[in-house]
Design a protein. Structure first.
Length: 335
């Protein structure tokens, strides 16, 4: 099989894998299992299927029989709720007379309990009495932005120390991935995003099954290690750019520290910085994947060059030398 045919087969396999992975969230969106905001999701009748609501407000007028998860939006629950309610980043409001038979969890906010509400399950988070009027847990965006910037910068400094340890432990791999990231930035970003896409829809089904949970944990550890090495390589690239601006040569550790400090400052930008740092690590992980693929390709064999025998003329010897040079030039072009 020729090299062009191999590339076509490899590209076709990637497209097929992406199509299969995209079918899972596609069916979930069509069934109404996943709702993406901004906006409001209101269940006028009793909810009988699980719902994941992202950045939207959710209202359960007649209760629920299945799992309800909200990311970045409040949840209002009325009637009888027979399964879990979980919210990350916003409040849960148990309206007047609601009956909660399972667990209620609010991460980063509180659970507000109206008059006549009964809860027989467990409550994760701060339970606050509420008169049923208004939304007392509405976030203060200015305070939240200030807190986010401080925590993001502190996390960036912690990542700086981790990246320094990675560079000391794996200096050759860091330089190799950084060089490839500098040469093929766009390909590295695309490869990293494709890896994140496949990883997400591979680890979720494995994590939900008892048999696949160990494999999901191993994949998560491997992905975290690849992301940290990729982030270190991205810090090297940024550090080299800063060194070029200052017009001096930068060692590996100087490049890692200065580049990662710049990424930490970028990460402190409200609501956008985390995407910048995440994309930097993702691009570096994509460069790592491309580097591993390139190094796994077999080296082309060098044909043997005959040594001129006795009695041959000087012109014959020149022919052997030219043949050897031609072979060497062909190998360099392939590499």
């Amino acid at each position: 099989m020729s090299q062009r045919a191999k590339r076509r087969v490899f590209l076709g396999a990637w497209v097929l894998a992406l199509a299969v992975a995209a079918s899972i969230p596609g069916f979930a969106l069509l069934r109404g299992t996943i709702w993406i905001g901004p906006g409001q999701y209101t269940a006028k009748t009793r909810l009988d299927h699980p719902v994941l609501c992202v950045f939207c407000s959710m209202t359960l007028d007649q209760g629920s029989n299945d799992l309800v998860i909200s990311l970045g939006g409040p949840v209002h629950a009325s009637g009888t709720v027979k399964d879990d309610i979980a919210d990350i980043g916003s409040a849960i409001y148990l309206d007047r007379g609601a009956h909660i038979e399972d667990d209620v969890v609010s991460v980063g906010n509180s659970v507000y309990r109206g008059p006549g509400v009964t809860v027989t399950g467990r409550v994760g988070g701060d339970m606050v009495r509420w008169n049923g009027v208004g939304q007392p847990g509405s976030p203060n965006w200015f305070a939240a932005t200030w807190r986010y910037s401080g925590l993001s910068f502190a996390a960036g400094l912690a990542l700086l120390l981790i990246c320094v340890c990675v560079a000391v432990a794996f200096p050759w791999q860091t330089v190799l991935v950084a060089n490839n990231l500098h040469r093929e930035t766009l390909r590295s970003i695309v490869a990293g995003l494709m890896g994140v896409f496949l990883f997400t829809f591979l680890i979720v089904p494995l994590g939900l099954s008892l048999f696949g949970l160990p494999f999901a944990l191993l994949l998560a550890v491997a992905a975290a290690a690849a992301w940290l090495l990729g982030l270190t390589a991205s810090a090297v690239v940024v550090g080299r750019k800063l060194a070029e601006l200052r017009r001096h040569d930068a060692g590996l550790l100087w490049a890692v520290v200065s580049g990662m400090f710049g990424l930490a400052l970028a990460g402190a930008v409200p609501w956008v910085g985390v995407l910048v740092v995440g994309l930097a690590g993702t691009a570096g992980a994509g460069s790592l994947a491309l580097t591993m693929v390139a190094r796994s390709r077999p080296v082309p064999a060098i044909p043997l060059v005959s040594v001129p025998r006795g009695g041959e003329t000087f012109d014959d010897s020149d022919a052997y030398i030219e043949q050897s040079r031609a072979v060497s030039g062909h190998v360099k072009q392939d590499s």
